[in-house]
Design a protein around this ligand. Structure first.
Ligand SMILES: C[S@@+](CC[C@H](N)C(=O)[O-])C[C@H]1O[C@@H](n2cnc3c(N)ncnc32)[C@H](O)[C@@H]1O
Length: 312
């Protein structure tokens, strides 16, 4: 929150008492108490260090986006209706960006940040890719596209989503983070809006929907009820969108172009087999997230002529 946004003030002592109580309620309900910290940080100028040291307690007046009663209402909605705090305050942190979010988009996850590190590593190995055209397919809030734009200052980034609402948020986030001249937005089904770029893409990065359809309803209500099904449901085995990205990408990637996706734990071995069977890919790799789970798959495209299958 910028300091000028604080339309209310809460004393440090009042906010500290509320914070203590809310953290206890979180623990009792098996909610991560870090969510309370996150809520306080999102509505005030209190930072992570002063929360850890509890030094905000000494402040006479803390400028806040909400007064204490409204903060308490938000927190009770989080507890009772299982609405993620990010949707309640309309924003989240991802890498070094503050992103606007709504229930039209998935809340970008910390593990997805690793995709940008993998892009860094791939470009270090093949510097010629850096100044090319990169696509973020299924951009949602625009998180990956923004991450690519910052990581690859000479690249042109295209963010694609079939949802007009998601693209509107991605556009707002690009503008708010000073990156709107670096990111082009296109609406449509995966590669369909990129017909003019066949054989030209330096890289394709995606966090596609990968949850098997029957599993979606079994997820925590914060996800199953409040996050958009379009962002979650990956078809009967969770791999419908991923198989499409395997089949279609060789027509769009340049030779040696990067194919990189996030997947669900347990899926990478199957995805590697599918890439191998396709015949247009080489340098197949899988990577782990910070919890040690295999969650990312990357490959290089041998170029359009290497493709055994043809897709639209
Ligand atoms: C798992 S979310 C990822 C959002 C964002 N990239 C992130 O990592 O936070 C998947 C995204 O794919 C989009 N999507 C689903 N089906 C699509 C399709 N057929 N074509 C393009 N985008 C699609 C959804 O709207 C959603 O924004």
């Amino acid at each position: 929150m910028s300091r000028t946004e604080g339309a209310h003030t809460i004393t440090g002592s009042e906010l500290w008492q509320w914070w203590q109580m809310a953290r206890q309620q979180a623990l009792a309900q098996q909610i991560d108490p870090a969510e309370v910290d996150w809520l306080v940080r999102a509505i005030s100028d209190v930072d992570g260090l002063s929360l850890r040291l509890q030094s905000f307690r000494q402040r006479a007046a803390i400028p806040c986006r909400y007064g204490l009663p409204a903060l308490e209402t938000l927190w009770q909605r989080r507890r009772q209706e299982h609405i993620p705090v990010q949707y309640l305050v309309g924003q989240t942190q991802w890498r070094d960006f503050t992103l606007q979010v709504s229930t039209a988009v998935l809340i970008p996850r910390p593990e997805t940040e690793l995709l940008i590190e993998l892009v860094h590593a791939a470009v270090a190995q093949t510097p010629a890719l850096e100044a090319g055209t990169w696509v973020d397919l299924g951009t949602g809030s625009g998180a990956i596209a923004l991450g690519l734009a910052k990581a690859l200052p000479r690249a042109h980034i295209i963010a694609v989503d079939c949802s007009a609402e998601a693209l509107a948020l991605a556009a707002a986030n690009a503008a708010a983070n000073g990156l709107c001249d670096r990111i082009e937005l296109r609406q449509g089904h995966w590669f369909t809006p990129l017909a003019d770029l066949r054989g030209q893409l330096a890289g394709m990065v995606a966090n596609p929907p990968y949850i098997p359809s029957a599993m979606v309803a079994t997820l925590a209500p914060e996800v199953a009820v409040h996050e958009p099904r379009l962002a979650l449901d990956g078809g009967p085995d969770g791999l419908t969108a991923i198989q499409h990205l395997i089949d279609a990408a060789p027509d769009y990637l340049q030779a040696n172009g990067l194919w990189l996706i996030e997947a669900m734990a347990g899926q990478p071995a199957t995805i590697l087999q599918q890439l191998q069977q396709h015949g247009a890919y080489c340098d197949l790799q899988r990577h782990r997230d910070l919890a040690g789970l295999e969650r990312f798959v990357q490959a290089r495209c041998q170029g359009p002529q290497g493709s055994r299958r043809h897709s639209q």
